[in-house]
Design a protein around this ligand. Structure first.
Ligand SMILES: [Zn+2]
Ligand SMILES: [Zn+2]
Length: 370
């Protein structure tokens, strides 16, 4: 493969060009063909890569020596094979690249990128939504990377420049008596770059406040205190950094009939003392609709019955807990004369056998229950 152009020709410099000549020639080409200025332009991309490769070789005295003697072939033999893509170029040049071009490329070295902040959102669900899962939209106000400048804070077509006050070091020195005090540069606030034309879209912040609707899938079985993480839905990162995450904190509203205990649900249902004594079939609400419960005769207040697998699905296994039904027994009020006389009759027959508790109820005594 000898389709590669001569590196000196690429940079339009003489074979004995000095370092600063190489640098200024490359700077001119790089500014001209920079991918940020020529999005989607394949020819500019190739030229940019070609110039970067030529400069990468010629600025390095050892590589330049090999190239001068053996040409492209010699470099291939020494392990240098050009750049595969932009990432390669930017990672190879690192800060030197910014130094040469005098502006941030928007592809800063990784150490300078900043991950976006994590966000917290408190979401209240009703009991059934938590039990069976749901999909809901939440409205978020958050900072995102400015769509106009892509976060580099410069008006499109303009670039950051090395801060003139601190020459890009981010610090300034001041003599104070015998001492030299170094402080953060007041002009660039320490980042070494200044922005001559701040982006109008974000006033140079690189980020803008946006209102965003985020769709959240709530899995069945969440409970108060559950926390969902939505990767990448936090605030936008700075200087090309990744966005933060969104944490949704779940709060579940109580239900008027069911109380939750992990995956089990508890409820109470009232029956009459006649039903308790004689047995009955009653209808009990369940999470899905309702079910018939067989009450055996002689059921006592507080007795517990179970609907297996009618509770809430486990977040981890999906297996449902149980529904536990506690029986309350209602004492009749406003009974008629006839009912009263029947009960007295009943009392007479059963008196000796009845529990002291039921005796109390029959006398309209103190065992009142809501
Ligand atoms: Zn902007
Ligand atoms: Zn400065």
């Amino acid at each position: 493969m000898t389709t590669k152009r001569d590196y000196y020709e690429v940079l339009s410099v003489d074979r004995d060009a000095a370092d600063d000549q190489l640098k200024s020639s490359y700077r001119k080409l790089a500014l001209n063909y920079h991918p940020d200025k020529n999005p989607g332009n394949k020819e500019a991309e190739d030229k940019f890569k070609e110039a970067s490769e030529a400069y990468e070789v010629l600025r390095d005295s050892q590589k330049r020596k090999i190239y001068d003697q053996f040409g492209h072939k010699g470099l291939e033999g020494s392990g240098f094979s050009g750049f595969s893509g932009f990432e390669d170029i930017f990672s190879s040049f690192g800060s030197i690249f910014e130094d040469i071009l005098g502006f941030s490329t928007g592809r800063r070295s990784r150490s300078q990128t900043q991950r976006g902040a994590d966000l917290r959102y408190d979401l209240t669900l009703d009991f059934m939504q938590a039990a069976f899962g749901t999909e809901t939209q939440i409205d978020l106000q958050k900072m995102e990377v400015c769509p106009s400048c892509k976060g580099n804070s410069c008006e499109p077509g303009t670039y950051q420049e090395t801060c003139s006050l601190c020459s890009g070091t981010g610090q300034v020195s001041r003599n104070q008596g015998f001492f030299t005090v170094r402080t953060t540069c007041p002009h660039c606030h320490g980042n070494g770059q200044s922005i001559p034309h701040p982006c109008k879209g974000c006033k140079g912040n690189g980020q803008v406040m946006v209102n965003k609707k985020v769709s959240v899938k709530i899995p069945a079985g969440v409970d108060s205190g559950s926390r969902l993480r939505l990767t990448g839905e936090g605030e936008g990162g700075a200087y090309g950094g990744p966005p933060g995450d969104l944490y949704v904190f779940i709060n579940v509203e109580p239900h008027e009939f069911f109380q939750r205990d992990n995956t089990d649900i508890h409820c109470q249902t009232e029956i009459s003392f006649i039903q308790a004594a004689l047995g009955a079939r009653i209808s009990v609400p369940t999470l899905n609709s309702k079910k018939t419960l067989e009450i055996p005769k002689g059921t006592q207040p507080g007795d517990l019955f179970l609907f297996r697998n009618n509770g809430i699905p486990s977040l981890r296994t999906g297996r449902r807990g149980d529904q536990i039904i506690q029986i309350l027994i209602k004492t009749p009020t406003n009974i008629s004369k006839k009912q009263a006389s029947l009960l007295r009759e009943f009392d007479k027959i059963e008196n000796s056998k009845l529990s002291s508790k039921l005796k109390n109820i029959l006398k309209g005594g103190s065992a009142k229950r809501g």
